[in-house]
Design a binder for this molecule. Structure first.
Ligand code: UDP
Ligand code: MG
Length: 311
């Protein structure tokens, strides 16, 4: 059986279309659809609930507030009972027509099937550039290749169970689902235009995602702070000696702008360094606090009894 997991945030107008499209592409397959309402403010939940009422293959999980896409994905993955899980955006930007091919690859032995994008549509130049810089940096600093990666992927049960064993609180699905390894294959896809409305991500949420992703995968920024500190130390020695020599020669002290500039530059690096340390500290704090990663307010539809008793 296949589970399709989709996070839903303010997609009320698109839920019916999404459910219908899934029924089309998964015709002939045994499947369940796990729709996670990530604290939507529109009618998403009532749309999900009524679909669950009409179609026993549709299940809904309603989070108690907006926990963010990562948490919503996790909720969906933890509720899915299938032998393979397909994670897909509810806005139909990930072409559902690819799912049967993913299933074929899985049947012929792949444990993880990733969709990688051939193009980028419907994004501003700024966010494209930001994503590019982040993906490049991430790929360089870690073992995980994020260039052109998407969240659209199929995980076989063993891979999914491995993923769910990861205890970290601020998860980064795109990274962790690659980090686990397992037999992987990729499929190139064209990302479509959004079916309705604009991106549900705010600039702030994207920035948090990038920082969380990076800090959970590498401590390279911390080492960078050390390196910059060492460079500054070397520079100070050179400058100090030079200043002393001039002073002994009786050179008059000039260079007020230089002093200001040095103060600003060092101040900047000190603050940046503190910020980097702070990000890691914040992560440790979050992990130590150990709060649940999401809270469920209600559910709609039930997993089939056979699945529950493990038949
Ligand atoms: N989403 C979510 N919680 C959020 C933001 C987004 O569950 O806080 C869902 C959204 O409903 C969609 C998917 O995550 O199914 C991707 O969001 P979106 O299409 O807005 O992102 P983009 O395509 O711009 O990356
Ligand atoms: Mg989208």
């Amino acid at each position: 059986m296949i589970s399709v997991v989709a996070p839903v945030y303010n997609e009320g107008a698109g839920v019916d279309r999404f459910v219908g499209r899934m029924a089309e592409v998964l015709r002939g397959h045994d499947y369940e659809l796990v729709l996670v309402d990530d604290g939507s403010r529109d009618d998403s939940w009532s749309r999900i609930a009524s679909n669950a009422l009409l179609d026993p293959r549709v299940r809904g999980v309603r989070l108690s507030r907006n926990f963010g896409k990562e948490a919503a994905l996790l909720a969906g993955l933890e509720h899915a009972v299938g032998d393979a899980v397909v994670v897909i955006d509810a806005d139909l930007q990930h072409p559902p027509a690819v799912i049967p091919e993913m299933i074929r690859r899985w049947r012929s032995g792949a444990q993880v099937v990733e969709a990688v994008k051939r193009n980028r549509t419907g994004q501003s130049l700024g966010s494209r550039l930001g994503a590019r810089v982040f993906n490049r940096a991430f790929t360089r600093l870690t073992e995980v290749d994020l260039v052109n990666a998407t969240d659209f992927r199929l995980l076989a049960r063993p891979a999914l169970d491995a993923l769910l064993r990861m205890p970290e609180h601020s998860s980064f699905f795109r990274g962790t689902s690659s980090w686990i390894g397992f037999a992987r294959e990729t499929i190139e896809v064209d990302i479509d235009q959004r079916a309705g409305g604009g991106s549900r991500w705010t600039g702030r949420a994207l920035f948090r995602l990038a920082v969380n992703g990076l800090t959970s995968f590498t401590s390279a920024p911390l080492h960078l702070v050390t390196l910059v500190g060492m460079a500054f130390a070397a520079f100070s020695v050179v400058l100090g000696v030079q200043t002393m020599v001039r002073w002994m020669r009786g050179d008059s002290v000039a260079g007020f702008p230089t002093v200001i500039l040095l103060l600003l530059v060092t101040g900047t690096f000190v603050l940046l360094g503190l910020g980097v340390i702070g990000e890691y500290l914040a992560r440790i704090h979050e992990e130590v606090r150990g709060r649940p990663r999401y809270l469920v307010q209600e559910r709609a539809g039930v997993p089939r009894v056979a699945e529950l008793v493990g038949v």
